[in-house]
Ligand binder design. Structure first.
Ligand SMILES: [Zn+2]
Length: 198
């Protein structure tokens, strides 16, 4: 299963990558944003691949497309404005429900932990992320924690590293690359090229 084969279903290589990591048990829970019309194909894939999916009861307007932030403007499902649903994926049904519950309760610390983010980065996010400061991106120093190319669909991590040389984030990114290289080694080459720090 190549990353690009999953792009028509999930919408981007970054999202497809995370699903591959989930299928290979490198991630326990994955959270992504989707518009209503994208959901049927996503749901079909999940049924076929035994992934549990829980959809948020609210929609988020102007949310970061890459779900780096969960502080978008929430509106009820009945609101007619175009918003994204948050979708929580896991092989374990209770983990998908737990993630949706933590998000609903604005429990960023437990949500971050469940999503597998390093403790130092979860704490950093809790202290620094505000309504006015929604981009905690740091100048990149290495390919692993480089999140500056996510608009070009190239990123390994799905959280804000507390610093560019956060060792736990680097270890996590290496673990993800180890899995991805076995699945789609050309995607990894592409990632390393795009994330190269000059
Ligand atoms: Zn960290």
């Amino acid at each position: 299963m190549f990353i690009k084969e999953l792009v028509p279903i999930f919408g981007s290589k970054t999202k497809a990558q995370e699903i591959v990591l989930l299928l290979h048990d490198a991630k326990k829970v994955v959270r992504q944003g989707f518009y209503d019309e994208e959901l049927p194909t996503v749901e079909k894939f999940c049924t076929e691949n035994k992934i549990c999916l829980v959809k948020s009861k609210f929609k988020v307007l102007l949310a970061d497309e890459y779900a780096y932030s969960n502080k978008g403007f929430r509106v009820p499902e009945t609101d007619t404005r175009r918003g994204m649903y948050f979708v929580y994926f896991s092989k374990e049904e209770q983990n998908a429900w737990l993630a949706s519950y933590y998000e609903l309760m604005n429990n960023d610390a437990n949500l971050g932990q469940l999503l597998g983010y390093p403790r130092c980065c979860v704490e950093f996010f809790g202290k620094r992320f505000t309504e006015d400061t929604t981009n905690l991106q740091r100048p990149p120093t290495n390919v692993f924690t480089n999140i500056t190319q996510r608009h070009r669909d190239a990123v390994i991590l799905s959280h804000f590293p507390c610093k560019s040389d956060c060792q736990e984030s680097i270890t996590l990114a290496r673990k993800y690359l180890d899995v991805l290289i076995k699945v789609d080694n050309r995607r990894v080459e592409e990632l390393l090229e795009l994330l190269k720090v000059h």
